[in-house]
Design a protein around this ligand. Structure first.
Ligand SMILES: [Zn+2]
Length: 86
C-alpha cells in the first residue's frame, strides 16, 4: 500500500512558479506536531527548501480539509453500479 500523500501547490523560490508537490501526510502531521521543518521541493529547478510559516499554515489547513473529506468518503462509499446504467 503506497504511503498517503497530500498534493500541495508549492512556489519555487528560484522562479516563483507554482507546481504541485506530493508530501507524505505522516511527514506533515509529525512536523506540525513537533515543530520541525517541512522539506519542500520544486520540480522545475530541483530545489529543496524548508517550509515558511505561511506554507506551514497552508499545509495545516490542507491537512485538516483532507481529514474531513476522507471521513466523508467512509460514510458514502463509491458505487460502480451507477456507471453501468448509462
Ligand atoms: Zn523554479
Amino acid at each position: 500500500m503506497p504511503e498517503p500523500t497530500l498534493r500541495f501547490p508549492v512556489t519555487c523560490p528560484a522562479c516563483a512558479l507554482e507546481s504541485p508537490s506530493d508530501i507524505p501526510i505522516a511527514v506533515i502531521a509529525n512536523a506540525l506536531l513537533t515543530g520541525k521543518g517541512i522539506r519542500l521541493h520544486s520540480d522545475c529547478h530541483d530545489y529543496y527548501w524548508t517550509a515558511t510559516f505561511v506554507e506551514r499554515e497552508e499545509l495545516r489547513k490542507s491537512l485538516a480539509l483532507l481529514q474531513i473529506e476522507s471521513s466523508e468518503d467512509q460514510v458514502q462509499p463509491h458505487s460502480k453500479q451507477l456507471d453501468a446504467v448509462g
